[in-house]
Design a protein around this ligand. Structure first.
Ligand SMILES: Cc1ncc(C[n+]2csc(CCOP(=O)(O)OP(=O)(O)O)c2C)c(N)n1
Ligand SMILES: [Mg+2]
Length: 735
């Protein structure tokens, strides 16, 4: 039975419950029952061991169908979670597509067999790929809404442009679009929930947060997660919100709440939060048995609230369908689910050869020659870059200056770039700038950018690192280019979940459907004299151990400028490490290279040629290695070849191999701790693949296996120094 529901999928007006036609009510029931039928069929398949996981929607159907019918698939944006089967069905995902997820088929449109079932994704419907992580997607919805607003204000920015990531990102937007983000009540304990409603509230963003409150987070009841047991009471004071607390077992009340929420958002008044009370009729998933932690009476009470049974009685009670008509409808829907399952069992499985597809962009290779621009322009002119004190300087420029120049040039070139982070603006209270010179980052790397490009493109974030990265993912999904800053590497950890489980995975887990080519600039490293534990950390290997991320670590001003340009134009997420100690060093200054100077990723540079020993390193160890190599030559006649890797993922294996074949001796050195560090992988690969070329074992140099202490005497002992490098060179030469 196909029933048009366009008037229920409405424009945001507010119908009384009985304004819904009989047909619309039947359609609501059809969607709810179809969802339950798909659940039941999936449970059967799992029990027959034909599939591998099942998590059900049972009990949430009414709330979700209400949400879906108030919004527009392919127009609005959707950030569901694993329980949202009825939502997705009502938006247009078919039972067959859901069954393809369950079997892990090659043709599973959500992930091609990479994700568990019910981890949704549909480009056409605007359902953004969702992970298993609870509440992370809420920040994506916020960034998505920000991007929609930015494009609506400046539609010209949506035009495709050749030569960078923009060529590969279709942009569509509507001035009154809404983003729906769904979450269980337990997951509202996550910081990301609060970080998301913070920004949505502050920025008056059109995001509807739907809290699906079934009273349990696996076995943990609501009162453990939510003080007082009711999330609505806790959020009530956030400004600009429309709030609704509804009986989520009633689809008509739910629909009405979402229609009001959507009207509030579409009118530009701000975000909304719909808190639906529903029931979890099956256990958390098929891996859980709620009899282990719930009383029989409680489970019985939930069953009495089953939204499907209730809606069934209502249709019969209101004389809309007879018992036999409803029976017939249900048998048809069960058959539809069964037939979808049968067909899906026949679908081809993914090929093993395809496993590594979509880890990185297949469209734009940042190692390619196109990123090797002509030589830098020979000029000492600045582009207006602010130097250390915020004043203009003529060259040669520091690394800080040339990073600022690159950001400025790229922002002029590409209006889709936004820059935000903690303290990156010149001043959030713009009027202060009539008398104050502006902040522009704690290291002043973004100085002057807000003043030139305005507060819509350069702004301060809340002090919340997951907020910075999570929103950036939402921005980038829509085709914007966020270039965000994490103030210190030491504080990247609150964003780690977003980086590791979301940013790096978006493309692979969605089988190439979605991508989030964000740039994260991160000041890193020690040698600061007093930086101590929380301002000196390194840890790059943690990120090179994350497939999907590009990791860059320049050692001088010119490389920083050229590599940052490639990072910004790239189609992959990039972690751009900037060594704080190098920001204003005399070492490595350079003339301003012009606005098109770029360096491809994965191309090491021989910064000192030599014939006796290869020293592979990067970052702040470059000047220290140079010092050691000069001394080794002076005092011992040893010629050390120093290779600056410049990018750590990808890295230039060819350059390493070529040098080692020449020198037959190699040291891998880095500032980060020795054990399990970046050098361990390189040393292992060299030993494995270049064994026949080696005249001595591969040596490694790194920090002691501890954090960096405050007292300079301790810091000096903990971090590798030129004398450590010299000693290793001399030892290895005489091996
Ligand atoms: C960050 C994170 N921590 C833990 C888990 C494991 N986990 C999956 S679902 C869940 C409970 C979620 O409960 P709730 O938010 O109430 O949603 P419900 O499943 O009840 O719909 C937990 C702890 C996870 N997926 N992500
Ligand atoms: Mg729950």
């Amino acid at each position: 039975m196909e029933v048009a529901i366009s008037s229920a999928r409405a424009s945001g007006s507010r119908p009384a419950s009985d304004e819904l036609s009989a047909q619309q009510k039947v359609e609501i029931y059809r969607l709810m029952f179809l969802s339950r039928s798909v659940d039941d069929r999936e449970v059967l398949l799992k029990r027959q061991q034909k599939t591998f996981f099942q998590i059900s929607t049972a009990g949430h159907e009414a709330l979700q169908v209400g949400a879906a019918l108030a919004l527009r698939p392919g127009y609005d944006w959707f950030f569901p979670y694993y329980r949202d089967g009825a939502l997705c069905l009502a938006l247009g995902v078919t039972p067959y597509e859901m069954m393809l997820q369950a079997t892990g088929a090659a043709t599973d449109p959500a992930s091609g067999g990479r994700q568990m079932p019910r981890h949704w994704s549909s480009r056409a419907l605007h359902i953004v790929s969702t992970s298993s992580s609870t509440a992370t997607q809420l920040l994506h919805a916020v960034g998505c809404a920000e991007a929609g607003r930015a494009f609506s204000k400046h539609p010209e920015n949506s035009a495709r442009a050749e030569g960078d990531y923009r060529a590969f990102h279709d942009v569509d937007f509507h001035g009154d679009e809404v983003a729906l983000a769904c979450v269980g009540e337990g997951s509202t304990s996550q910081g990301e929930f609060w970080e998301a409603i913070n920004t949505a509230s502050n920025q008056k963003l059109p995001v509807i947060f739907c809290v699906e409150d079934n009273g349990y987070a696996i076995s943990v009841p609501v009162e453990v997660n939510t003080p007082g047991g009711n999330i609505s009471r806790l959020v009530a004071n956030f400004p600009n919100f429309f709030f609704a607390e509804v009986d989520g077992n009633d689809p008509v009340a739910s629909l009405r709440a979402f229609q009001e929420a959507a009207a509030h958002c579409r009118a530009g008044h701000g975000p909304a939060l719909v808190h639906g009370h529903c029931v979890r009729l099956y256990s958390h998933s098929l891996s859980d048995d709620d009899k282990n932690y719930r009383s029989a009476a409680e489970r019985e009470a939930d069953l009495m609230c089953d939204p499907i049974a209730r809606m069934r009685s209502r249709l019969i009670g209101e004389g809309i369908l007879t018992v036999s008509e409803i029976d017939e409808l249900e048998r048809g829907l069960e058959a539809e689910a069964a037939e979808a399952a049968e067909r899906a069992m026949e679908a081809p499985l993914p090929e093993v050869e395809g496993i590594t597809e979509h880890i990185y962009s297949e469209d734009l290779d940042p190692t390619r020659a196109a990123f090797a621009t002509e030589q830098p322009q020979v000029s000492s002119e600045t582009n207006g870059a602010a130097s250390a004190g915020g004043h203009k300087s003529s060259g040669p420029h520091t690394m800080a200056d040339l990073i600022n120049s690159c950001l400025r040039d790229e922002m002029r070139r590409d209006p889709r770039i936004v820059i935000y982070g903690e303290d990156v603006a010149d001043a959030s209270r713009v009027e202060a700038l009539s008398e104050a010179k502006g902040k522009g980052g704690v290291f002043k790397l973004t100085a002057g950018l807000q003043t030139e490009f305005g507060s819509e493109r350069v702004f301060n974030s809340p002090l919340a690192e997951a907020n910075i990265v999570g929103r950036a993912i939402g921005y980038a999904l829509r085709g914007m280019k966020p270039v965000v800053e994490i103030q210190f590497f030491d504080y990247i950890w609150p964003a780690m979940h977003q980086i590791r489980n979301e940013l790096a995975l978006m493309r692979w887990r969605s089988n190439g459907t979605w991508a989030a080519p964000v740039v994260i600039r991160v000041p890193i490293g020690g040698y600061l004299t007093g930086g101590a534990i929380y301002h000196s950390q390194s840890g790059e290997s943690i990120f090179t151990h994350t497939p999907g991320l590009r990791v860059v670590f320049p050692s001088n001003a010119l490389d920083a400028n050229g590599l940052l340009r490639t990072a910004i134009r790239c189609d992959d997420p990039v972690l751009f490490f900037e060594h704080k100690r190098l920001y204003r060093e005399t070492y490595g200054r350079a003339a301003y290279p012009g606005p098109e100077f770029a360096i491809p990723f994965g191309k090491a540079k021989i910064v000192r040629p030599g014939t006796d020993i290869t020293l592979v390193t990067y970052g702040a160890l470059i000047p220290r290695a140079m010092q050691a190599a000069q001394q080794a030559e002076r005092e011992h006649g040893i010629e050390t070849e120093i290779l600056d890797l410049r990018t750590l993922n990808p890295y230039d294996w060819e350059a390493i191999a070529e040098s080692v074949r020449k020198t037959n001796r190699v040291i891998v050195a880095h500032e980060d701790m020795l054990s399990w560090g970046y050098g361990a992988e390189l040393a292992a690969r060299i030993a494995d693949e270049l064994f026949d070329d080696l005249d001595a074992p591969v040596r490694r140099i790194g920090a002691m296996d501890t954090f960096v202490a405050y007292q300079p005497k301790l810091e000096d002992a903990i971090l590798p120094q030129p004398e450590n490098i010299l000693k290793a060179i001399v030892d290895l030469k005489s091996y």
